[in-house]
Ligand binder design. Structure first.
Ligand SMILES: [Zn+2]
Length: 551
């Protein structure tokens, strides 16, 4: 029989986030990444999306292992939700990625762990696959691409990267390994394409330092910076500029404090003794001696920045002498909340610098056309396949690949769920696996401290009920009885609760039989009906987590 390997993207094409790719050989499946998706502006509130893993739960094939490319939420944030649903298999990642992932798993009370692999660790055998991690530059340290050998041919999994020839942390792209992969032969290059529309080269992370220093020197009050907390090189540039001007540094907000701690623990960040000031001790220092690194660059409600700017943070008040820098780009969908923050800052008379005013304080972690073309050159694959972008980015990548000499038939542009089969002498589209949107209400995530506390209180006193409903999108009705899981409720009660909630949900939904246009409404309706029933009958207010699966 003809030998073949398949790739199936479960998420990431064409939706940028919730990256998850399956490589199948015979009855083995090897998975790359397990990301979260973020709600867009049509999905109000704090909520998340997950790749649909129904196929993985029903297939007879065996998952032999998983590798995580880097520590961004859209590549590893799905782990605590998805791992408990799947059988055990080994999961590998480079050091910082593994730290971030394991911290998250611990936080969610999931006992599975990611194994740490060093870049010089060589090849790892996973079933019939052999993989190696290749260091690339991006916007979080220890980002890797993965070279995957299979009995049919080799694949270069080039998720998020740019080629920064002068990375701030000195950790350079392993060009030698990339070209070695090219020499061994690459059947298909899967490549980041998010910035394929941008002509030229993405600038180096190192260029930010000078901008920080120039502004810090001029600032007579507090120097406040908000950025992505996982961008450790960015945090280090802020710390080094602070050191130069003798300013103390204060970390504000859960995510920056957590990531600072992890970075320090594994030696990726150095703070001199006495350089760090806690929020409580800020009052002992003059404003002009302070740098505040604050979480909430996307304008998230309840984030430290939002609370400070809205005068809801006891220890930190904005004064007209302060400078506030957004060292970030708005993630599409967050513009409105960021604009409202900028307005509130303007009211307080402080200076703000953000991406609409200056491009000196942020660079992207994704490669532009020159970076992407160089990757094609180095790996010289037979086929290319853009991943991790919207459809228009995939098309831009396709046009770039054509310019680089690839024929139309060798450029694979597919959407989630589409299997691509690589046989010895041919490549063709295989099965189309149905993938649906899976929404999850966020129970504990960045910048939602008050939610976390409220949820934990509910969990501690009244338990938790997870209600999983498959809803037919054509009529808004249950496809089958919901799957109800409860904790902290007696077995006797749970049985009865499960039976009655099913009845209640069914009757509520039956009153609104129509094509679903608003999934948020459905989730809220299910949540409310459960909460009402539980309070009426048990006098309890457990944490209710409605999970709606669109069919
Ligand atoms: Zn990334």
């Amino acid at each position: 029989m003809d030998q073949k390997v398949s790739i199936i993207p479960l998420g990431g094409t064409p939706d940028v986030t919730k990256n998850m790719y399956l490589y199948e050989y015979k009855n083995e499946i090897f998975i790359v990444d397990c990301g979260l998706g973020f709600a867009d502006e049509t999905m109000l509130g704090v909520e998340l999306l997950l790749p649909d893993i129904s196929y993985l739960k029903t297939t007879n094939k065996k998952i032999v292992g998983m590798a995580i490319t880097h520590g961004h939420e859209d590549h590893m944030g799905g782990l605590p939700y998805i791992l408990p649903e799947l059988p055990d298999f080994p999961i590998y990642a480079t050091p910082l990625t593994a730290e971030f992932a394991n911290e998250k798993l611990k936080e969610f009370g999931v006992s599975k762990r990611v194994q740490k692999v060093n870049f010089d660790g060589g090849e790892i055998k996973i079933g019939s696959f052999a993989i190696s991690f290749i260091r690339v530059t991006h916007s979080v340290p220890d980002t890797s691409n993965i070279f995957i050998k299979t009995p049919v041919g080799n694949f270069y999994h080039g998720s998020d990267f740019k080629f920064d020839f002068n990375p701030y942390d000195g950790k350079k792209t392993e060009f030698k390994k990339i070209s070695q992969a090219g020499n061994e032969g690459v059947l298909c290059l899967l490549s980041d394409c998010l910035r394929a529309e941008k002509i030229g080269k993405t600038p180096s992370e190192s260029k930010i330092s000078i901008a920080f220093e120039n502004e810090m020197e001029k600032c007579e009050g507090k120097f406040i910076i908000t950025t992505y907390s996982s961008n450790i090189a960015r945090l280090n540039q802020i710390i080094n500029a602070s050191r130069k001007f003798g300013r103390k540094v204060c970390f504000v907000g859960r995510s920056v404090i957590k990531n600072k701690q992890i970075a320090q623990d594994i030696g990726y960040m150095r703070l001199d003794k006495g350089m760090e000031v806690s929020v409580e001790d800020l009052k002992r220092h003059k404003d002009s001696n302070l740098v505040l690194i604050v979480a909430g660059s996307q304008g998230q409600e309840n984030s430290a920045l939002s609370r400070i700017v809205n005068d809801d943070f006891k220890e930190i008040k904005i004064t007209p002498k302060d400078t506030i820098i957004f060292s970030s780009d708005p993630i599409p969908g967050n513009e409105i909340s960021i604009n409202s923050l900028l307005d509130s800052i303007a009211k307080r008379g402080a200076k703000t610098i953000h991406s609409q005013v200056s491009s000196d304080f942020h660079v992207s972690g994704h490669g532009a056309t020159d970076d992407l073309a160089l990757m094609m050159d180095l790996t010289h694959p037979k086929k290319v396949m853009p991943i991790g972008g919207n459809y228009r980015h995939m098309v831009a990548y396709k046009n770039l690949a054509k310019k680089q000499g690839f024929l139309e038939k060798d450029i694979i542009v597919v959407e989630n769920g589409q299997e691509i089969v690589f046989a010895k002498d041919s490549t063709y589209l295989g099965r189309k696996i149905p993938v649906r949107n899976v929404y999850v209400d966020q129970i504990s995530g960045e910048e939602v401290d008050s939610f976390v506390i409220r949820d934990r209180q509910k969990l501690a006193t009244d338990g938790v009920i997870i209600v999983m409903c498959e809803i037919d999108s054509s009529n808004g009705q249950l496809v089958e009885s919901p799957n109800i899981v409860s904790r902290g409720i007696s077995a006797q009660e749970a049985k009865e609760v499960s039976r009655n909630l099913t009845k209640e949900i069914r009757s509520t939904l039956s009153r609104k039989k129509q094509k679903v246009t608003d999934w948020m409404y459905i989730r809220r309706a299910i949540g409310q009906v459960c909460e009402k029933y539980l309070f009426r009958n048990l006098r309890k207010r457990p944490l209710v987590l409605p999970v709606v699966i669109e069919v």
